[in-house]
Design a protein. Structure first.
Length: 268
């Protein structure tokens, strides 16, 4: 089971963006971006996120910056939001905070950045874009103490076989001289449509602060809001996708974050 997030394109600059990319505004609005969120209990509890992007035509696909997966690239890296970036914001519920901690932690949140090539970053904010330093403050393991110690920084677990962009093969003539289209993996379970891109990764829950995830991650544990979002860079144009948008787009604005549905996300 999963909680599904269908992301919408921010339209503040829709006409300008379409003109820069040489397509119509309607074509941009037909970019489909979906994120599924699941709670995986084994071998260790993780929040598992799968990002799926489908572009409507080749004109957009040829302009999309989608760096190839490389195992050697997997590392904590800042400023990933300057290119195509898979993001997610996590906020805890103040229901689990005692009164002393409520003031300081009720508005804190975590930001996850991930590049299709394997690079990633996890950041901790005390409040809206606070502290305002760039790059932001890395999220540390619960027992991490030094911000400069890379071993203390939280990480993500990538799927061992990231899905590569799928395309329909060129047509060819069969022995009976009838032109037919040959498609890779044309089965109900494995076929992916043209210009389809996907990446999946898990966030170990034991890395998150205790007020977001307790050790057992029971139904009373504490992710209150989950805000998956995506930045797509096509040529020199940047497109922003989220469940809902501020104007101008601002992924950090809590007011637009969906509630986390634990029951829907619990994997069986």
């Amino acid at each position: 089971m999963s909680q599904i997030f269908n992301l919408r394109l921010a339209t503040d600059t829709l006409a300008v963006d379409a003109q820069q990319l040489g397509v119509t505004p309607e074509q941009l609005q037909h970019i489909h971006v979906k994120v599924s969120a699941s709670i995986i209990q084994q071998p260790d509890p993780q929040l598992w996120l799968t990002y799926s992007i489908q572009l409507p035509n080749a004109d957009l696909a040829t302009q999309l910056s989608w760096p190839a997966w490389e195992q050697a690239q997997v590392s904590f890296t800042d400023y990933l939001w300057e290119q195509t970036c898979l993001e997610c914001f996590i906020a805890g519920s103040n229901l689990v905070l005692d009164e002393v901690k409520k003031t300081n932690e009720a508005k804190s949140y975590i930001e996850i950045n991930a590049s299709p090539n394997g690079r990633y970053a996890l950041y901790y904010f005390e409040n809206y874009r606070t502290p305002p330093t760039l790059p932001p403050t890395p999220l540390l393991h619960k027992d991490g103490k030094l911000k400069t110690d890379k071993k203390s920084q939280a990480h993500i677990n990538w799927s061992t076989e990231p899905t590569k962009p799928q395309n329909i093969r060129v047509s060819k003539l069969l022995p009976n001289n009838k032109l037919t289209t040959v498609i890779n993996n044309l089965t109900a379970c494995s076929f992916k449509p043209r210009h389809f891109y996907q990446r999946s990764f898990g966030v170990p829950l034991n890395q998150l602060p205790s007020y977001i995830s307790n050790d057992s991650f029971s139904n009373s544990a504490c992710i209150e809001k989950l805000h998956p979002c995506v930045i797509l860079r096509l040529s020199d144009t940047v497109l922003y996708f989220a469940s809902a948008h501020a104007s101008p787009p601002d992924f950090h604005n809590h007011s637009y974050w969906p509630l986390f549905d634990y029951k829907a996300a619990l994997s069986e």
